[in-house]
Design a protein around this ligand. Sequence first.
Ligand SMILES: Cc1cc2nc3c(=O)[nH]c(=O)nc-3n(C[C@H](O)[C@H](O)[C@H](O)COP(=O)(O)OP(=O)(O)OC[C@H]3O[C@@H](n4cnc5c(N)ncnc54)[C@H](O)[C@@H]3O)c2cc1C
Length: 414
Amino acid sequence: MKGPGDAVPASCDVLIAGGGMVGASLAVALARLSLRVTLVEAIPAGSPGQQSFDSRTTALSRSSRHILGTLGIWPAVAEYAAPIRRIHVSERGRLGTTVIDADEEGGEALGYVVENRLLGAALWRELGAHSNVTVLTPARATSAVTAPDALDVHIDEVGAARTERTRLLVVADGARSTLREALGIAARTRPYEQTAIVGNVAVDGPQTATAYERFTPDGPLALLPAGEGRYVFVLTRRAALAEAVSALPDPAFLELLQREFGFRLGRFRRVGARSCYPLELVEAEAVTGHRVAVVGNAAHGLHPVAGQGYNLGLRDAAALAELLAEDSRQAGAQPDPGAAALLERYATWRRPDQRKVVAFTDGLVRLFDRTGLGPLRGLGLLLFDTVPGAKRLLARETMGLAGRRTRLARGLPL
Ligand SMILES: Cc1cc2nc3c(=O)[nH]c(=O)nc-3n(C[C@H](O)[C@H](O)[C@H](O)COP(=O)(O)OP(=O)(O)OC[C@H]3O[C@@H](n4cnc5c(N)ncnc54)[C@H](O)[C@@H]3O)c2cc1C
């Protein structure tokens, strides 16, 4: 008779806990490999509580667009994606702006704005087409224990408990990851005491394919082109004030946006429903554990000021998928997706990029957070605009083209 922990073969090679933006992207990347993948998602895609794929939009970097292209997802969203050809950074009441222009960066758009809902639908539709991917939803991965050459992952499937044995567990359950915590991987968390207010606004000026990042004394304001005379705004306010600001009657809210942004896009005409997102910095102290890899927001939850969260998480997913593909092709050796050496290669590859983007994003928030560095900030933006090397560096980071690039980002299949 077999007891618990005996050498029962694993029911899957990779179990991904969390099918949000990053977990679902990873599952799509792995679906084309000869791996058995199980995706566990707490809230079914398309249901109202699914926050990862809500009515928000995401500014995809050029690198993310390439990854989604190689994965065959891009054609499903391209028609609805608004290109970003310029990024304009300024500060209210100060001289000094910086502009990153696609024409100076190889011609192709710097990035694209897509609705999370559309991207989620495309990713989940693709998952349904692969018989090697098993989806468990609604279901929560709650903890895991070591088994021979595997992990036993405990899953709560609407009140019913089940266990899945996997060679590798990928933690992709978001910034407030309870699974990461249950596995004993600590994270540094710092609330920004700021809330992002997100919505759509119609403008009467010309469409410019320009994304604007404007720093104001009360917090940053981003405007992203959404096509058809609309822009998506991400207005950051002190947490204590955000609900009241968000609930302002439409004319008062439009007036506030106009005051903060100015008239570069003409007059703001209509504003849609607003949603609030409290902001915090989350940084996992490790991105691997025994047969565990941590990806996306579970590894690094960022302030949205620079629009980097998903872009960074997608690079995690693309790198991990590449390492797993290499492992599965190894001649002679028995593939092991949870091998310590493979996970070490994942951490070595991803840590520098993650640290750089966390430091860059957090630095930007702090610099513009009423620290009294005003003149220096204006000078900084002016310098970025006039020193070609500095601007190029910023541009490459923003487009996700810095550092070692994945095969998927270079248009090559795994
Ligand atoms: C206002 C705002 C604007 C943003 N704009 C941009 C942008 O322009 N560009 C950009 O790149 N990024 C942007 N981001 C960041 C981006 O949204 C996140 O980085 C991205 O959603 C992270 O995806 P994720 O899959 O790692 O985590 P999440 O989106 O949090 O998904 C986690 C998933 O795990 C599921 N889950 C939770 N617990 C469990 C469990 N125990 N078991 C199974 N499933 C579980 C959840 O239901 C969810 O589906 C923005 C964020 C905000 C708040």
